[in-house]
Write a protein that binds this ligand. Structure first.
Ligand SMILES: [Zn+2]
Length: 411
């Protein structure tokens, strides 16, 4: 039995001009064809979702989430007091919520022990519905380093090679490395964590097992070290220069990053979500006000750096850091809107969260674009996101591998 979706336009995720009056033909969980105009007679028996005025897109991809974390302001240190069972339940709710928002794939870049990998397995077995999960298992970090609570501590060139092998043994889809400190208490965001030799060993060992390697970098030196070590992707690409969190953009590092061709995950939504939360509060304590002021500066710096890095030729892929701070698991539309605010066209921002995202994380042969033979991971929204990205919040229908997982009739 075939399924058809009719709408006003279709964006295929490659950046190509939208198809007018499209008919998306789905069979066996995959895209079979993209037609336009009136439904041919041969499809008289097909199930038809008629969505006048709507836009068909590939299901969205968030390349940077933490399923274990609730995204309600709970700090990592508090969240990690919970048992693995609670973290697993939190993760299970998160993938369901993501899917309902049209995010059909999430890449978990750090979870406790094997929780994200086990959730991926349960979903593969068909035990429930949720966004498809790609997982690194535990992010590899120095002893006491950023997110050490997840269990990924390793030191020395032999030690980090062994940790990569452990992650591969657990079933990691890719390898995530914390190349600088971060928001974990006691870590140094303004300094590299691993030595150049350890980073080289990490990237090399990941590649020996055909895994992509991505690195969290919040300071300039960590970006340089990760480029030299041959990583495939960089998360954040921050320029934190001191313990107060001041950022100092370095054009020479930006130039080397652009030349390397390594894509960067934007994670602008972290700042955007903090500002949304704090500005919505009617009462702010002095501590809240200081927190807000710090984040206003951080978010402005991040946006300015996003613009400068793009101008230097660095390419960005969409990722929210959902779970962290106040970033919600369905905040990818916020990230896409902020990428647009930072100078991307609406089409470029959508591609950064669909076709380009799939390419960067190694899923281009499965999902991310609407092409014959790829999974029918589909998001239908009521209006035109090219005209106004707010349309992404008005979800009409979500389909994962050809199965409708969420739908709403228009009022
Ligand atoms: Zn993160």
């Amino acid at each position: 039995m075939k399924t058809l979706i009719k709408a006003a336009r279709l964006i295929d995720g490659t950046g190509a001009a939208p198809v007018k009056d499209p008919i998306l033909v789905i069979a066996g969980g995959k895209v079979e064809a993209i037609l336009s105009g009136t439904v041919p007679a041969e499809f008289a028996d097909a199930e038809i979702h008629d969505c006048p005025g709507a836009t068909i897109l590939p299901g969205l991809i968030d390349t940077h989430v933490h399923l274990n974390l609730p995204g309600d302001g709970t700090l990592l240190e508090e969240a990690m007091r919970e048992t693995p069972g609670v973290l697993m339940a939190t993760s299970t709710f998160a993938v369901g919520k993501a899917l309902a928002a049209g995010i059909t794939t999430v890449r978990d870049v750090g979870a406790h022990e094997r929780t994200a990998i086990d959730l991926r397995r349960a979903l593969q077995l068909g035990h429930g519905e949720g966004a498809r999960v790609l997982a690194c298992g535990q992010p590899i970090t120095v002893t006491g380093g950023h997110t050490w609570y997840f269990g990924g501590e390793a030191d020395g060139e032999d030690g980090v090679r062994r940790k990569v092998r452990e992650m591969v043994k657990l079933g990691a889809d890719f390898i995530k490395v914390m190349a600088s400190g971060g928001g974990t208490v006691g870590t140094q965001s303004w300094k590299p964590s691993f030595t150049p030799g350890e980073l080289h060993a990490l990237a090399d060992e990941a590649h020996r097992f055909d895994r992509l390697a991505t690195a969290h970098c919040l300071c300039a030196q960590s970006i340089d070290d990760v480029i030299a070590a041959g990583f495939d992707q960089i998360e954040h690409a921050g320029f934190i220069a001191d313990r107060k969190g001041n950022q100092v953009y370095d054009p020479a590092v930006a130039e080397r990053l652009a030349k390397s061709g390594i894509p960067v995950t934007s994670t602008l939504a972290v700042g955007g979500a903090v500002l949304r939360e704090m500005r919505a509060r009617t009462v702010l304590t002095p501590a809240d006000q200081a927190f807000l002021a710090r984040w206003e500066k951080m978010a402005a710096d991040n946006m300015a750096q996003f613009r400068k890095l793009r101008a230097a030729g660095v390419s960005f892929v969409a990722g929210t850091d959902a779970g962290w701070r106040f970033t919600r698991i369905d905040d990818l539309p916020l990230e896409i809107a902020m990428m647009h605010e930072g100078g991307m066209s609406t089409m470029e921002a959508l591609v950064a969260a669909t076709g380009y995202a799939a390419r960067v994380i190694g899923l281009a042969d499965e999902t991310g674009t609407l092409k014959p033979g790829l999974a029918a991971d589909v998001l239908v929204v009521s209006a035109d996101p090219l005209a106004d990205l707010a349309a992404l919040r008005d979800v009409r229908l979500v389909m994962q591998a050809g199965k409708v997982t969420a739908s709403r009739q228009p009022l």
